[in-house]
Design a protein around this ligand. Structure first.
Ligand SMILES: [Zn+2]
Length: 405
């Protein structure tokens, strides 16, 4: 989507009568200023699922789905990342909770991301540290890190956790949509009331390694428990404010306050089901139906299951929200936790619906434009776009150094 289409995107939303504030995009000097800010590649995005989509749609074949070229039907490719001013991306190496071989599949996903980066040295480089990110981004390239989603992928082994760190994983989401043997998920069965003793050991080992603890997807009790257990600030790599959209996966105010007290960051997710209150309820209903559907498919039937899910959600008439809803969540987290504790984790290619104005990774400047329109200062915008996330990674590295000495 080219930037010239912005007016129609906003006016479509406007025409529904759900948005009262008129945005005169063409007249907005903010559009030009936002574009300028993004030429510096300031965005550090916390969560992107391109690797999972390449696995399921293209059998992990990078000749079929080559991110160096425009990938129609995907949200992400390198040309559009550059257009969106993305200077660093955490690539999710997600495997589903129901995977029959979580570790094997996670390693395959890690190697897929590494192959993708190795094939495009002109634009992409792997980063191991926060300093690497700053350097690579400063050279006009996109720094790449990985996040494992979720904790079932270590198959209960701290040795595996250490190996994932060695392979480049720099955060781990403690659960995905189901509870595992040591942590409860927001959308799974409540089994432990938070973390088990071993769950605390996992968090401590992540601290020692310098792997960030990610509280997206976990239950509210697991969020609180993980923040109390962690010696480093935690992240939510792709989560929103529960007070604005009451999906169980979103973050309640008391946890936002804990994140403020301990120095973490909440990276805002663009999925309408976590953004818009009414859509959150419907999305949770679909999730429950999807879980029932999943039980009808065997292991290795990801593509068939995803097709069945597409049929399940076809024709839904949900309020998708818009870039203004995303900025509402940014402002809410900034108000409750403080401006040093909010960032971006769009969840592109992990979501089957996007808000108006944020159709793909080229559209991050629309967020900046809306922040400028709401009279945010340049230094605060920089914090949201990436500075806060970089600070938390720095801090995780410092805690690791102390833990190893
Ligand atoms: Zn996720």
């Amino acid at each position: 989507m080219s930037t010239g289409d912005q007016r129609s995107l906003y006016s479509r939303r406007h025409a529904t009568g759900t948005e009262q504030t008129p945005i005169a995009v063409d007249a907005a000097p903010q559009a030009e200023k936002a574009r300028k800010i993004h030429t510096r590649l300031p965005v550090i995005d916390g969560h992107n699922d391109l690797a999972w989509l390449i696995r399921t749609r293209a059998e992990s074949d990078l000749d079929i789905a080559d991110p160096r070229r425009r990938l129609d039907g995907y949200h992400t490719d390198v040309p559009r990342l550059l257009e969106g001013g993305v200077g660093a991306q955490f690539w999710s190496v997600y495997v589903p909770s129901w995977s029959p071989a979580p570790l094997r599949h996670t390693i395959e996903q890690i190697m897929l991301v590494r192959r993708m980066v190795d094939r495009d040295p002109e634009h992409l480089r792997m980063a191991k540290t926060a300093t690497d990110i700053a350097r690579i981004r400063g050279n006009g390239r996109i720094a790449c890190m990985m996040g494992a989603e979720g904790g079932h992928c270590i198959e209960g082994s701290l040795g595996v956790l250490r190996a994932l760190y060695e392979l480049g994983v720099r955060y781990m989401t403690l659960t995905h949509s189901e509870s595992n043997d040591w942590a409860d998920s927001a959308t799974g069965e409540e089994r432990h009331g938070g973390l088990t003793d071993f769950g605390e050991v996992v968090v401590h080992e992540m601290n020692r390694l310098g792997m960030m603890v990610d509280i997206s997807h976990v239950s509210h009790d697991t969020m609180r428990h993980a923040i109390r257990a962690s010696r480093a600030p935690v992240i939510a790599s792709h989560s929103n404010a529960y007070s604005l959209a009451p999906h169980p996966r979103n973050i309640p105010d008391d946890v936002l306050e804990m994140i403020a007290d301990t120095g973490g960051v909440v990276m805002i997710n663009f999925y309408p089901g976590f953004l818009v209150a009414e859509t959150a309820e419907k999305a949770h209903g679909i999730f429950t139906a999807g879980r029932r559907l999943r039980s009808r498919f065997g292991p290795g039937e990801e593509e068939a299951f995803e097709q069945a899910m597409r049929e399940l959600v076809a024709g839904r008439d949900w309020d998708r929200g818009s870039v203004t809803d995303v900025v509402d969540h940014i402002e809410y987290v900034a108000r409750i936790a403080g401006v040093n504790h909010v960032g971006l984790g769009g969840d592109f290619d992990g979501i089957d619906m996007t808000p108006d104005g944020l159709e793909d990774v080229s559209r991050y400047p629309a967020i900046t434009q809306e922040l400028l329109r709401r009279r945010w200062s340049d230094p605060d915008i920089d914090k949201v776009l990436g500075k806060n996330t970089l600070s938390v990674l720095h801090r995780a590295e410092e805690v690791a150094t102390i833990g190893r000495s």
